[in-house]
Design a protein around this ligand. Structure first.
Ligand code: SAM
Length: 257
């Protein structure tokens, strides 16, 4: 399982480049396969729909069990809301085909979207942070709300993945309402769209002025904690950081905000 990083070739690890070159087969969602340069002659590509995770993982294991060297590609890090867990889930099946027992499975990490957006904007992940996917395709929405409430109440910086899709238009507004109970409207938010790709757009806005119509499936949000600070210098874009130390008088996070 290999992580391509957010998009830019310079943000892909040498290990991943090497595994991609050595693979006889690449398996993944078409959009991610398109991020990989053409490989050696004879290398085969197996594109699939983004929703067919289990089938894609099983197909990759079948290929590997048949002696192929298979790279299952994900964007960012393969272990963050991506294929590595899907492959492990298949391996753990009680009815897993015996042939899979001989398949060696390794994970090659990549830079995840939150790290990429954070790097572009400064250092908002400098202190404790929580990472939450707003997608309720694979978990019930009340679970998302409970986690947001807990993480926002505990004053974590929040990285939100899968914030909006055509089929999930209202979840982001609801999430912002929950976070807004624990944060002031001036809290800095990094809105990172297509980070590390040609269409990259990274902005820092206040929580109250966040325009949800600018947010889509190719966007990751990093919402500051109560200590996240904006750095403004003349002639330069605003940057943000979260200090390494936490003020002693904020000992009760539920009172913060
Ligand atoms: C299914 S998750 C995959 C995450 C990926 N494995 C990672 O580690 O970044 C897809 C979500 O990741 C975020 N994302 C992935 N790549 C991104 C990029 N280049 N710029 C902004 N957000 C990105 C978006 O929130 C998107 O909806």
């Amino acid at each position: 399982m290999v992580g391509l990083g957010p998009g830019a070739a310079a943000w892909r690890t040498p290990e991943v480049d090497q595994l991609l070159r050595r693979a006889t087969d690449l398996v993944g969602y078409q959009t991610y396969l398109d991020m990989v340069e053409p490989g050696p002659p004879g290398q085969r590509r197996h594109p699939s729909d983004n929703r067919q995770e289990a089938g894609r993982a099983a197909a990759a294991l079948d290929l590997a069990a048949g002696g192929r060297s298979v790279a299952v590609v994900s964007s960012g890090d393969p272990g963050v809301f991506a294929m590595a867990a899907a492959v492990m889930e298949q391996l753990a099946r009680a009815d897993a085909p015996p042939a899979w027992a001989d398949v060696e499975v390794t994970v090659a990490p990549g830079i995840t979207a939150a790290q990429a957006a954070a790097a572009r904007a400064g250092a908002p992940l400098g202190h404790d942070f929580a990472v939450v996917s707003l997608s309720d395709n694979l978990k019930p929405w009340p679970v998302v709300e409970r986690r947001l409430e807990a993480a926002a109440g505990a004053d974590f910086v929040l990285a939100l993945y899968n914030p909006v899709s055509r089929h999930r238009p209202w979840q982001l507004r609801r999430a912002l309402e929950i976070v807004g109970r624990h944060r002031s409207g001036a809290t800095p938010v990094v809105v990172g769209r297509d980070v590390g790709r040609p269409a990259e757009d990274v902005r820092v806005v206040g929580l109250a002025e966040l325009d949800v119509s600018l947010v889509d499936m190719r966007t990751v949000l990093v919402i500051g904690s109560t200590t996240t600070t904006v750095v403004r210098r003349p002639g330069r874009a605003a940057q943000v950081y979260t200090p390494r130390s936490y003020p002693a008088d904020r000992g009760s996070p539920s009172d913060a905000g």
